[in-house]
Design a protein around this ligand. Sequence first.
Ligand SMILES: Nc1nc2c(ncn2[C@@H]2O[C@H](COP(=O)(O)OP(=O)(O)OP(=O)(O)O)[C@@H](O)[C@H]2O)c(=O)[nH]1
Ligand SMILES: [Zn+2]
Length: 211
Amino acid sequence: MYNIGLFVACLNGNRFVTASSDLIRAKLPTRYGEFFISVRADAPSERAHVALSMGDLSQGSAPLVRLHSECLTGDALHSLRCDCGFQLEAALSMIAGEQRGVLLYLRQEGRGIGLANKLRAYALQDQGLDTVEANEQLGFGADLREYHEAVTLLKQLGVSEVRLMTNNPRKVQALNDAGIKVVERVPMRFGANPHNERYLAVKTNKLGHLL
Ligand SMILES: Nc1nc2c(ncn2[C@@H]2O[C@H](COP(=O)(O)OP(=O)(O)OP(=O)(O)O)[C@@H](O)[C@H]2O)c(=O)[nH]1
Ligand SMILES: [Zn+2]
């Protein structure tokens, strides 16, 4: 018998994504506890969005959820230029504290402009531009991220209501608009230091973050 879902496809960026794609799922023990790690079976091998989940998500109260945008420098290389690495660790620890929740690791490096362009932007910031001005000088908008695939992944994990861990009102709006109800916004203020002082100020003053 044909799976009708396989024929329900939508254009997402320049890739077709089927509505019925399965998730590949495996255990992932971490320093914070044991998560499950999942990717869509039809995701590209490189740069697939990743879900780290814990506990029963499809029943009970709204779980903690973090939409974490990839930041190689902050998440893996311990950079102090941003707050990403601190937020990543805090989010995993908070989810583990409740033994329930999801962190989506979204492959949207540099707010969607990619690593090389983010480093170009860093070089311009070293000359005095702020994060938004640097993006504009490179010909990009301030923030190119979109959250359709994140919404699809959350729905596949059985999540329909969330306590969203973010300071970014655009993420709250994106989920509410897509039918995933944000019942609470959980602030994520971690890792402020002299190297990211201006970066955090620009997020508040130019990007509307609630810091
Ligand atoms: N283009 C650009 N991207 C940056 C810069 N610094 C960090 N990023 C990227 O910004 C993304 C994180 O976005 P943020 O604006 O810090 O925070 P957010 O995800 O919108 O909001 P929170 O949920 O509150 O963390 C990651 O993909 C980083 O790689 C920068 O100077 N320029
Ligand atoms: Zn970062």
